[in-house]
Design a protein around this ligand. Structure first.
Ligand code: NOJ
Length: 555
């Protein structure tokens, strides 16, 4: 263990979002009211008091817009309405109003990289001729080879398979190809087209006028493609994952995206009340990601490098330090996250051997995580995260310690990844299973009947909120206490000073709270005089912090 310097990282600012804890609701799987097994907006409204009691500041809602649901709503057919699956526009208004009454802010999802193939624009593009204005809203190109039968370049879809699909022209003959970095049902928009830019500015205003507090921007690093659409020769990954001096993939993190967000920022700033933009940008290194949160661009960018970091003291020390320094350099806070609807839940991910590459789903026949170890580490990771300065996102169900559904029958899978990868990547269904509220109710209280769009495992009862509510030591109560103390001690707006970092233990101070995580095999004593305020698990005796436990203490 060595003492590190006392330089602060993570400066303080005042706006609400700089320190907010924001809870991600995945509408299909949070709560439903209609009995069809798919969560909906009235279901969410009816459960908002739970989130107030938990102590979060805001919610982010994944897409609820009209959509054929080829990618669970990330294929949007109309950006200014609500899919009947989820309710009506009036239900959205009621949800926003009910949240506001309770002091909760609401962030909605914006999907600008692609539309659904059912969007009116795409229908018009298919009916129009090559080169027409309707085609120029998307990325259509002639194919290669004498009869244009080869795709225009070698890009692959993130979900597997080629990133190009050939269309049949209005005359019934094979015609041009269109680009889709995701599913065939998600054609990429052409952001060099001013009409596309104007349309999204209007969509921002539509939701801002309805009172939303901000937007989570889907695939924020993908909107601009290198103009020559050069071949890439490498497997496609949503993570640009490049060293700063290595070439970037021609489809990700192009410099041109920043101008778009500067335009959006001007629109948001013309509204009162601190409306925000949060980037879903799988961009490394931290310096490139920090460019998205420069003062005139977005407010937050999910820190996926942190989400992906290994559960070791050196890896956690390095990623936390690097992240804080990179965002400090542009005057922004850091935005921490451990789980979302695209990754294996951290209660399961951390139950895999340290160093396991991030799995894209886990299924029957795959190596199974150690559930007890995963939960123990997940609780320690969460308590570490919630003590860091900056904002933090929680994913629905993590406050229950919910694991991934790792034995979901393959026939039930709905993520397009499973099919498009030729059944080699299980995909993301395992983290999207409807969450349990009441252990003894049908669908564990998710809805009024047993219906559930993905089957819930029988183990869900033990994680149900009513089994944990008011139970000392439960994961739910650990989260609730952590959120209360985080607020009372101003940890989100604090400053981090490393006290010690070694191979086994990390210790830092944030205001009057000292945080210690023990990654090592041996228990670590609390210092003399330390007054314990919170712990992710029981201590050994009074004063020994066991392996994979985080504690917060005073003094
Ligand atoms: C990121 C979203 O979080 C994910 O669920 C979706 O499949 C892709 N973007 C494409 O929209």
């Amino acid at each position: 263990m060595h003492e590190t310097n006392q330089q602060p990282v993570g400066g303080a600012t005042a706006a609400w979002w700089t320190e907010a804890v924001i809870y991600q609701i995945y509408p299909r799987s949070f709560a439903e009211s209609g009995g069809d097994g798919i969560g909906d907006l009235p279901g969410i409204t009816a459960r908002l008091d739970h989130l107030v009691e938990l102590g979060v500041d805001a919610v982010w809602l994944s897409p609820f817009y009209p959509s054929p649901q080829a990618d669970a709503g990330y294929d949007v057919a109309d950006y200014r309405d609500v899919d009947p699956l989820f309710g009506t526009l009036a239900d959205a208004d009621r949800l926003i109003a009910a949240a506001r009454e309770r002091g909760l802010r609401v962030i909605v999802d914006l999907v600008p990289n692609h539309t659904s193939s059912a969007h009116r624009w795409f229908t018009e593009a298919l009916a129009a001729a090559p080169g027409s204005p309707a085609r120029q809203r998307y990325i259509f190109r002639d194919g290669l080879g004498p009869d244009g039968a080869e795709p225009p370049n070698d890009w692959r879809s993130v979900f597997g398979g080629p990133a190009w699909t050939r269309v049949i022209g209005p005359d019934g003959r094979p015609d041009q190809w269109y680009l889709h970095l995701f599913d065939t049902a998600q054609p990429d928009l052409n952001w060099d087209n001013p009409e596309v830019r104007a349309e999204f500015l209007d969509t921002l205003r539509f939701w801002l006028d309805r009172g939303v507090d901000g937007f989570r921007v889907d695939v924020a690093h993908g909107l601009i493609k290198q103009s020559d659409l050069a071949n890439w020769h490498e497997p496609q990954e949503i993570l640009s994952g490049r060293e700063i001096d290595k070439p970037r993939p021609p489809m990700w993190d192009q410099d041109g995206v920043h101008e778009i967000y500067r335009d959006w920022r001007r629109v948001l700033d013309s509204y009162p009340g601190g409306r925000i933009l949060v980037a879903e940008a799988w961009v490394e290194p931290a310096e490139r990601l920090a460019a998205y949160v420069r003062p005139d661009e977005m407010h937050q960018a999910f820190n996926f490098e942190y989400l992906l970091a290994a559960w070791t003291a050196p890896a956690q020390y390095a990623v936390i330090t690097r992240s804080l320094e990179a965002t400090d350099a542009v005057g922004a806070p850091t935005t921490w996250v451990l789980s979302n609807h695209d990754v294996v839940r951290h209660a399961s991910r951390l139950g895999l051997p340290v160093g396991t590459p991030r799995p894209n789903g886990i299924g029957i026949g795959d190596p199974q995580p150690d559930a007890a170890l995963g939960l123990r580490r997940a609780r320690a990771a969460t308590l570490l995260m919630l003590a860091l300065p900056g904002s933090a996102y929680l994913y629905q169900g993590e406050e229950l310690g919910l694991p991934e559904h790792t034995t979901l029958p393959d026939e039930a899978r709905q993520d397009p990844t499973w099919k498009r990868s030729g059944h080699t990547e299980r995909g993301r269904d395992g983290c999207r299973v409807p969450i349990p509220w009441e252990a003894d109710a049908p669908s564990y209280g998710f809805g009024p009947t047993d219906a559930s769009w993905l089957p819930q495992p029988s183990l869900w009862a033990e994680y149900a909120r009513d089994r944990q509510h008011g139970v000392p030591g439960s994961t739910y109560e650990m989260y609730r206490t952590a959120l209360r103390l985080r607020r009372e001690h101003g940890l989100g707006r604090g400053t981090l000073y490393w006290l010690a970092s070694g191979d086994e233990v990390l210790t830092f101070r944030n205001g009057e709270v000292t945080v210690l995580t023990n990654f090592g095999a041996a228990a670590v004593p609390l210092p003399d005089g330390a007054e314990l305020v919170h712990a992710s698990g029981p201590l050994d005796g009074d004063r020994l912090v066991p392996t994979d436990v985080t504690v917060w203490y005073l003094g």
